[in-house]
Design a protein around this ligand. Sequence first.
Ligand code: G4P
Length: 306
Amino acid sequence: MNIQWYPGHMTKAKRAMQEDIKLIDLIIELVDARAPYGSRNPDIDQLGRGKARLILLNKSDMADEACSEAWMRWFEGQGFHVVKVNSRSGAGLKQISGAVQEACREKIERDRKRGILNRPVRAMVVGIPNVGKSTFINSFAGKACAKTGNKPGVTKGNQWIRLSKTLELLDTPGILWPRFEDQTAGLHLAFIGSINDEILQKEELAAELVCFLAERYPDALEKRYGEAFGACAQTIREMAGDGAEETHRRRLQAAYGVLEEIARARGCLVRGGGFDLPKAASLLLDDFRSGKLGRITLELPPDGGR
Ligand code: G4P
């Protein structure tokens, strides 16, 4: 899905979200486990003030397990309830009911004291485009779901999916807008394919990915493309990571060399000789996005994962 987040679109989404949030007890926020910082929009913290919160680290099948554990600990430390899930396969979904009860314990207790028994928790799913909201709703609600129909006070068009006696879900997810101001977050969203590749030229995006992999997952390139790539990764890694512009430029240049090697190894050639770098770049990005480079997480929590 490609959504252009021009301000008008964003204002409309924000208003719709504010209306929907009034109807619910719990926000189920999906983030991409490969980039839990970049794929979150912190505006939801303000919009959802006073509501119970559950974060789902989705696509955890493609993320580095140790990093997901570190992110879970960090989010829990921030007061969120967290579950790791794979919405495609359904792994982890069974833990959600317990987490919902836990997250809404205060509300349930309040209801009980007022003599209200068995009122289901009402929840909505939110997240930026492509984090897996529709996939999650489909597999979580499954075939057993029954739409309860419009009820008074419910925005026209909204329907509640009754998941159990204790949980109802708004059938349409809230779409959050991605962060715009943070370039690294933007780069990570582009790596995972959640925003247009157009923010960077494809080769440059792929070269940035090579630099990241050389630094953090040096074996990934070697395992996928062959032994020679181990040395390439090492060369890039050894160029001092001082963050200086000049060093970064040199690293990128070396990364373009890696793209050429991928083009050679995979026969990406242009007619008349020379390497088809855009094709090699697409190949690398597709391999990363489909998990063929292994389980990779792009970001560590602010505490460095301690
Ligand atoms: P959205 O509503 O938040 O925009 O996201 P959507 O459900 O459309 O999911 C976006 C892509 O992410 C889909 O892939 C979907 O299958 C995939 N996805 C969702 N959850 C998971 C997960 O936990 N693990 C993995 N590996 N993938 C997940 P697609 O290629 O765009 O579509 P399709 O080929 O699956 O139909």
